[in-house]
Design a protein around this ligand. Structure first.
Ligand code: C2E
Ligand code: MG
Ligand code: MG
Length: 651
């Protein structure tokens, strides 16, 4: 009976297309892809040898081709076909991200090799015993008595794979599990067909069809890659790391932060900068590849790359990190521009060093500020107990705790009027005392709250607390005209800011003129339309405005002239340089200029009598004396009770 070899031809074509597409697309050389490639190559070889064996059996006489060629085709078929099942079992482990479970289970590894070895031994002794199969003189294939052993081993591997999928279904992604299982009914139907109609060689075609599913569903899709950098996307890393934490899989992560990425972008321009990032991705991939280190390279935005590796041995990670360090220390040419990255590198192991998902991402964004020195490899394990570092890492929790426990406290720093020779107002400053870390300065937690978004809730808390203070105390009696409250840039662009503040002051029954809101130049510059509208509307209701930290940013004179600010606060950096004659000219003339515009001028950070005196006596054609002074010379920020006591003594 003639075998129907057309199915094998189809299977072969499908497999060759996939193998070439995998090679051409230069798919990521991770373990699952490598095993899939091996599986496809085995399937292609099995298909072609199956086809050859059938063809020889159908169309040739022994005299034409010789018995050895026919045997050759059959041996290649058995070898490659029998290897496909154990390799598929490995593919399940790799693609379901549970390779570590296989590796840790010595018995499983020995069993795998034992059974593969057993199959090979049976094939090796077959020429002498013909217990598996033999060919007759007229090239007909005859099954041996032990051929069933091959099927049993194959069935065993099949069941093994099925068992893994079922056993670990809780930690294997649903689409992966169902695709991996799909192979079973497909192959099972093919085997049934071949049992009923032995001449219909559909088994290899069924395998090729299953591969088609794997390629479509399981392989890393383009959407997982960042089109700009060529690395895996940030979003993919979130999925991946989340899954890894859920299944308690040990991994090593190497973060590489190009701390000066913004400067590089500015210097190169966007399109050259993109090319620069692409080159970095491929350089990082090849470093890992040279070391035979199994990794995926991720780009986490803002100049941060991450190597994610299943290799948990820190001794394998360090040489990679060191090589990255050396590579990054050298300038890189992009067109005619030479770029020197300021790289910070940090090696982390999970779950040993970091046990939760969110800390990993906080670490990715903050480690360079506290840990990394330029071109230094930092092992996270050695630093995770540093106080500063822990504070930064746990800031989200610290802030949430502070809001829950109401452990934020408002301090008040008196503001001195040189013309009235008394304290006329005060600035409210937020203080945070954490149960675990003690006092944390606002200079640390405010910027972090701004980047995490917690600033809105914190800002509301500050407004509430200070409005309560104003409502509780008779400011006139204390000789205070208003209290200044810092508004973060993020608050200035809140759409409901005006309604919120007006509602609060109305319910607390306080007068709008008792409130002065401090905004910074940054806030005045971002999204000017909404800031303008918020400031104008609140100002129209009687709330005062002060421009804080004037002189630290790009002093935007247009904003000073267009925004309805009543007061401008010269930053401490002015008085820090007061002994420099040129700076004195700047201070003097800036005060004069602002005064002529009708603004109240306040100088911040005055620490000594000498500086205070100079400011009090400053004298030009336009001005006599700086109006308002704030600084440690007069008083440090104080808790509410002490502040009231202080003020009462000096009314
Ligand atoms: P800022 O608004 O410019 O506040 C003035 C800062 O200078 C305060 O630091 C104050 O303690 C400090 N200071 C005052 N006089 C002197 C002096 O003579 N010498 C020195 N060395 N420092 C002086 P603080 O309280 O640490 O606050 C730092 C920054 O944190 C503030 O700068 C402000 O930008 C921010 N901040 C503080 N409280 C709040 C708040 O409630 N909301 C928001 N959004 N930001 C706040
Ligand atoms: Mg301020
Ligand atoms: Mg300031």
């Amino acid at each position: 009976m003639n075998n129907i070899i057309i199915f094998d031809i189809c299977a072969f074509i499908i497999l060759v297309i996939f193998i070439s597409s995998m090679l051409l697309k230069k798919q990521m050389r991770d373990r699952a892809n490598t095993i899939l490639l091996i599986l496809m190559e085995l399937a292609a070889l099995a298909t072609i040898s199956d086809f050859m064996a059938a063809y020889i059996e159908n169309y040739y006489e022994a005299a034409d081709v010789g018995l050895s060629l026919a045997y050759g085709a059959n041996y290649i078929y058995f070898l490659t076909h029998n290897l496909m099942f154990p390799v598929y079992t490995l593919y399940i482990y790799a693609t379901a991200d549970i390779w570590h479970i296989y590796k840790q289970n010595r018995k499983a590894v020995y069993l795998w090799w034992g059974l593969v070895g057993f199959d090979i031994v049976l094939l090796l002794i077959n020429p002498f015993t013909h217990i598996m199969f033999r060919l007759t003189e007229d090239l007909k294939y005859v099954r041996g008595p032990f051929i069933i052993v091959f099927y049993l081993v194959a069935a065993f591997f099949g069941l093994w794979g099925l068992w893994i999928i079922i056993r670990y279904k809780a930690i294997v992604r649903h689409d992966k599990a169902s695709t991996l299982i799909l192979l079973y009914p497909i192959i099972f139907s093919a085997i049934i067909i071949q049992v009923i109609w032995p001449e219909v060689l559909v088994e290899m075609l069924s395998i090729a069809v299953a591969v088609l599913f794997f390629m479509i569903v399981l392989q890393r899709h383009e959407y997982q890659l960042d089109p700009v950098t060529g690395a895996m996307k940030y979003t993919t890393s979130i999925d991946r790391i989340n899954a890894i934490f859920n299944m308690h899989k040990p991994i090593t992560i190497i973060f590489i932060k190009i701390a000066n990425h913004n400067n590089i972008r500015l210097y190169l321009g966007q399109s050259r900068y993109n090319a620069y990032l692409r080159t970095q991705t491929s350089a990082l991939s090849s470093i890992a590849y040279r070391h035979n280190y199994p990794v995926d390279v991720f780009y986490l935005d803002n100049g941060t790359y991450a190597y994610l590796s299943d290799d948990y041995d820190i001794n394998n990670a360090i040489p990679i990190a060191e090589e990255v360090k050396e590579y990054m220390a050298k300038p890189m040419e992009v067109d005619e521009f030479s770029v020197l990255p300021d790289a910070r590198i940090c090696v982390v192991r999970c779950p040993e060093d970091v046990e939760d998902f969110s800390t990993i991402f906080t670490l990715a964004t903050t480690f360079h500020e506290t840990l990394g020195k330029t071109n230094d490899v930092v092992l996270y394990a050695e630093h995770r107990n540093d106080r500063d570092f822990m504070i930064r890492n746990e800031m989200d929790d610290i802030l949430a705790r502070a809001l829950d426990n109401r452990s934020f406290e408002m301090y008040y720093q008196p503001i001195y009027s040189t013309t009235e020779d008394r304290f006329v107002s005060a600035e409210a400053l937020l203080r945070l005392k954490d149960d675990r870390f003690g006092f944390i300065p606002p200079g640390v937690f405010i910027p972090m709250a701004e980047s995490s978004g917690a600033i809105h809730e914190i800002g509301d808390h500050v407004l509430d607390a200070v409005f309560d203070f104003i409502a509780r105390n008779d400011l006139d009696e204390l000789g205070l005209k208003y209290i200044e409250i810092n508004l973060s840039a993020a608050q200035c662009i809140e759409v409901d800011l005006v309604d919120k503040i007006l509602h609060m002051i109305a319910t607390k029954g306080i007068d709008a003129t008792r409130v002065s809101l401090e905004i910074t130049e940054t806030a005045a510059n971002i999204n000017p339309a909404i800031v303008d509208s918020n400031v104008h509307r609140l100002h129209d209701e009687g709330i005062r405005f002060a421009l804080d930290d004037y002189g630290t940013g790009y002093s935007n004179i247009r904003r000073v002239t267009t925004l309805p600010v009543d007061q401008v606060k010269l930053d401490k950096s002015f008085v820090d340089e007061i002994d420099n004659p040129k700076m004195w000219i700047v201070i003097r003339d800036t005060i004069a200029m602002l005064r002529e515009m009708g603004k109240e001028v306040l100088v911040e950070g005055v620490e000594t009598e000498e500086v205070a005196e100079r400011l009090i006596k400053v004298n030009t054609d336009l001005l006599q004396g700086c109006e308002l002074i704030q600084g440690f010379y007069f008083c440090k920020p104080l808790p509410e009770d002490e502040f009231i006591e202080f003020i009462k003594k000096r009314i």
